[in-house]
Design a protein around this ligand. Structure first.
Ligand code: MG
Length: 414
């Protein structure tokens, strides 16, 4: 089997409302690049990447000379062919490698008539449990709905998501407002979801001192873990005395950092991201290291449509030591580009696809519709907040948003 064509299509899929985070916002839509890898026997494998608010079409097109003629089964060769670690000092293609790896695994599964999870060790579970992923949100400008900026709104949103999807773990994406205000919100979340586990993740925005203060103030709550409260392995190490499990998806996103964390522990739980780590297979390798050294493992979400979600589900299905619920932005989306529409949550979990390959197929009408939407609305800067023109954060941050600020009027240009 040889690769004969590589295509990329950028889509913009609307979110229920704009999502705020420590570095800016998702401006009311996710922009994702859908990758289709075709082989000489007519099979098409699917990949996906994106997350920074921009198209990756040009970068995918640049890979064509590297990929044409390559056998999709030769995945280790592919790693060195396009993402040699020393050549990557100039051209870091880790995320591109991930999208191509997804497509190649999809092709292998389709060729052999088995799901990707069966190629990767076999399913240990038929569904993967998820946490709710709660963001502070602006209202959707067209509907006026979806705003989450106060403790009461956050509590209501958590109750709604729990009732609708069955979540029993709740993650608050913070780092937006002053930590004392976010502490008030987190405690309101705890009250609204009594008995459930909680996570707080301000994307490393707090100083070590403010992270210590926040951590001490939540010790009485059922915390699943304290995720990236401050920046850096050395910053996180200074929080080890708090008595809270520490998690990261920012400072351990590769094997060098994982080795450092084993030799001089900073965090307890590693959130594995199929894009950040360069594919599903490196995440499984990393999970093996975590199993050996008794580190916790969870599945990270870097913002996904159904193709990427399928990679997260196949990963979650085959890792024996998945001892925390996975994250997904998925429930904030209004639609998906796969056949059958959005995958449903049942009791806080999503079933692992069982069809050949990744087990998802493109709905070509939806792809065309959301490619049109991308052409109409264009890119957005993930690291800017439409409500605060000219603003950018420091690390550690001190330039917090005002929860009472006006709703931004324009979410298409900046
Ligand atoms: Mg995180």
């Amino acid at each position: 089997m040889k690769i004969v064509d590589v295509r990329a299509t950028t889509v913009a899929v609307p979110l229920e409302a704009p999502l705020l985070h420590a570095n800016g916002a998702h401006w009311g839509r996710f922009i994702r690049t859908i990758v289709e890898v075709e082989t000489d026997d007519g099979l098409v494998g699917l990949g996906e990447l994106g997350g920074g608010g921009q198209s990756a079409e040009a970068a995918v097109a640049g890979l064509r000379p590297y990929l044409l003629g390559h056998d999709p089964f030769r995945l280790e060769a592919l790693r060195f062919a396009i993402a040699n670690p020393t050549a990557s000092l100039y051209n870091n293609r880790t995320q591109l490698l991930a999208a191509v790896e997804f497509a190649c695994l999809d092709l292998m599964g389709k060729r052999l008539g088995v799901p990707v999870s069966e190629l990767l060790g076999g399913r240990l579970r038929d569904e993967v449990g998820f946490a709710s992923y709660l963001f502070f949100r602006y209202a959707d400008p067209s509907t006026g709905r979806g705003e989450v900026r106060t403790p009461d709104q956050l509590a209501d949103e958590a109750r709604r998501l729990k009732a609708e999807h069955g979540f029993e773990v709740h993650k608050l994406k913070g780092g937006v407002f002053d930590p004392d205000y976010e502490l008030e919100c987190y405690r309101a979340l705890a009250d609204a979801t009594a008995g459930d586990l909680l996570r707080y993740d301000p994307n490393g925005a707090l100083s070590v001192g403010r992270a210590q203060r926040f951590g001490r103030a939540i010790l009485d709550l059922p915390n699943d873990y304290f995720e990236d409260p401050t920046w850096g392995l050395n910053g996180m190490r200074q929080l080890r005395g708090l008595g809270l499990p520490l998690a990261t998806n920012t400072v351990v996103v590769g094997f060098e950092q994982l080795a450092s964390n084993v030799r001089d522990p900073a965090v307890d739980v590693i959130l594995l991201d199929t894009t950040f780590w360069g594919g599903i297979r490196p995440c499984i390798k990393a999970a093996g290291v975590c199993e050996t050294f008794q580190l916790g493992v969870a599945v990270h979400s870097s913002g996904e449509l159904g193709i990427q979600l399928a990679t997260m589900l196949h990963l979650g299905a085959v890792i024996p030591n998945l001892d925390h619920k996975a994250d997904a932005h998925y429930h904030h989306l209004t639609d998906d580009i796969i056949e059958g529409g959005k995958m449903p949550y049942r009791d806080g979990a999503i079933r692992v696809p069982t069809g050949p390959g990744l087990g998802v197929a493109l709905d070509h009408e939806k792809v065309a519709r959301y490619a049109d939407l991308y052409r109409e609305t264009g890119d957005y800067p993930y690291d800017r907040d439409p409500g605060r023109p000219g603003w950018y954060p420091l690390v550690p941050n001190e330039r917090w948003a005002d929860p009472a600020a006006a709703q931004p009027a324009d979410l298409t240009s900046w």
